[in-house]
Design a protein around this ligand. Structure first.
Ligand code: SF4
Ligand code: SF4
Ligand code: FES
Length: 482
């Protein structure tokens, strides 16, 4: 840490940071556009100009590391005038279409115009008017709103490793466009829209779906793979609308991939809310009672899956299964959470963020010891040979070669597994409770409850608890009858 003076007040700040991040940490905001903590610094927008004591000209804060004893001024008339000038230039060509812009409410241009603009413009000419274009399979560019900050170009080159976008023409005619004839089709189109500080790049999956101020936001963790990117969930009317990146400086997390970002429909649609018997809706009493009969009749039981559940649900489920085994006179219940090839291997990356393990909590499940010596292949052969005759699936598909009549499915959605299994019970999705996932590096990250489960909907641990309670009640009743 080093001591610096900001507007005459001494602060201790991290010496590894530049002036924008160091001042933000102590609550002093320097406005900016082109700077991004995870991208190279280009100093293009000139919005972050500040005074440094002893230096005659204004300096770009994004390009200035902190130094012991330095004094900076962020609120002088010179600084204010420079910022107002930059805003006037940026707004010369920018349309006044906030009312129809998807970025409104979370737009850096709006915020900086409000904080540093003058409220009037001397620009008397026609603003440029270039038609909107689709430049990706999920991505639209509105050229008129672009402030040419170059973030999108840098992100593609430096993080995605592709150069689909480029800056063409000069001066007033500068335009961001496709450098190739093909539209962008990589896994980071949502991230491009996210890092665009204005409403120039827009992802058309959430376009015009909601105003941002209608969302309820919660801190969460992406469920899409074992990387566990930090997200802010945006929920409206108890429906999951968006995942937005939640920057985590300590872990270097600044982006989301499209695979995780857009995999949200299953949280809202095709949910399983009723108990099923051979795919047909039934009551919880009937299905739980039939599950109990199956558990009692089984020689040996296997539980498969669970690496999409939080550590807390897994711990509770582990305890409840131990109780269940005791109630069944010590019957063997094996639990294997690693049901895919990717879960059984060292982490393999698909790209710079996404891994091949599409379960968010494989590591947490392994740390809790929820594995078997023979693995999923051993369990499947034991089922085929008949030494295991009942399989409880936790939000997984029925493994090839296993007869659906031997399967009880606990699922969040009306999946093929739930429809084909002999019995099925509905369970909550992870974000309907608070909890934590442990990512591929062993980092345990907590998440808040984002959505409310419908009344009576249990976690998988809750369903097993209900089974145990019903079973013990039944046993007590039959003892009383004698
Ligand atoms: S499209 Fe957005 S991110 Fe790209 S240069 Fe323009 S304003 Fe910046
Ligand atoms: S890399 Fe994984 S955790 Fe990160 S956004 Fe993509 S799917 Fe989600
Ligand atoms: S943020 Fe410093 S010049 Fe753009």
């Amino acid at each position: 840490m080093v001591k610096i003076k900001i507007d005459g007040v001494e602060y201790e700040v991290d010496e590894k940071k530049n002036l924008i991040d160091a001042t933000k940490e102590v609550g002093v905001e320097i406005p900016y556009f082109c700077y991004h903590p995870a991208l190279s610094i280009v100093g293009m927008c000139r919005m972050c100009l500040i005074e440094i004591e002893g230096v005659p000209r204004l300096q770009a804060a994004c390009n200035t590391p902190v130094k012991e004893g330095m004094g900076i001024i962020t609120k002088s008339d010179r600084v204010k005038e420079a910022r107002a000038g930059t805003m006037e230039f940026l707004l010369a060509n920018h349309p006044l279409d906030c009312p129809v812009c998807d970025k409104a409410g979370e737009c850096r241009l709006q915020d900086n115009a409000f904080g540093s603009g003058t409220g009037h413009s001397r620009f008397e000419f026609e603003k440029r008017n270039i038609p909107q274009e689709e430049i990706g399979t999920n991505l639209i560019i509105n050229h008129n709103r672009c402030i040419v900050c170059y973030r999108c170009v840098r992100f593609e080159e430096e993080k995605v490793g592709e150069s689909n976008l480029g800056l063409f023409e000069r001066g007033n005619h500068s335009i961001i466009g496709l450098a190739k004839s093909e539209p962008i089709d990589h896994n980071y189109q949502g991230a491009l829209a996210d890092i665009c500080p204005v409403g120039a790049l827009l992802n058309n999956k959430t376009l015009f779906k909601s105003r941002v101020w209608w969302y309820k936001s919660h801190k969460s963790v992406c469920h899409g793979c074992s990387t566990g990117c930090n997200v802010t969930t945006n929920v409206r009317d108890n429906k999951m609308y968006r995942y937005m990146v939640r920057e985590n400086f300590d872990q270097g997390m600044f982006f989301l991939c499209d695979k995780g970002r857009f995999d949200l429909d299953w949280m809202n649609d095709n949910r399983l809310f009723s108990y099923l018997e051979s795919g047909k809706p039934s009551t919880s009493q009937v299905v739980i009672s039939k599950i109990i009969d199956r558990l009692k009749d089984a020689k040996s039981i296997a539980v498969l899956g669970g690496a999409h559940e939080s550590n807390e649900t897994l711990e509770a489920l582990k305890q409840n299964l131990q109780t269940l085994s005791r109630e069944l006179s010590g019957k063997s219940i094996q639990w294997e959470t690693r049901v895919t090839d990717a879960q059984n291997k060292e982490t393999e990356q698909v790209d710079f963020l996404l891994t091949k393990d599409y379960h968010p909590n494989t590591k947490g499940a392994v740390d809790l010891g929820l594995t078997t010596p023979s693995g999923i292949s051993g369990i499947v052969s034991a089922v085929k040979q008949g030494s295991i005759d009942l399989v409880i699936l936790l939000k997984e598909s029925i493994p090839e070669g296993i007869d659906p009549t031997q399967v009880i499915s606990l699922d969040t959605n009306l999946t093929d597994a739930a429809k084909n299994a002999s019995l099925a019970a509905p369970i909550q999705i992870f974000c309907e409770a608070e909890g934590s996932f442990t990512n591929k590096n062993g980092l345990k990250q907590t998440f808040e409850k984002s959505m409310n489960p419908i009344q009576g909907l249990q976690t998988s641990a809750g369903v097993v608890e209900l089974i145990v309670k019903t079973m013990t009640k039944k046993m007590e009743a039959s003892v009383g009858n004698r």
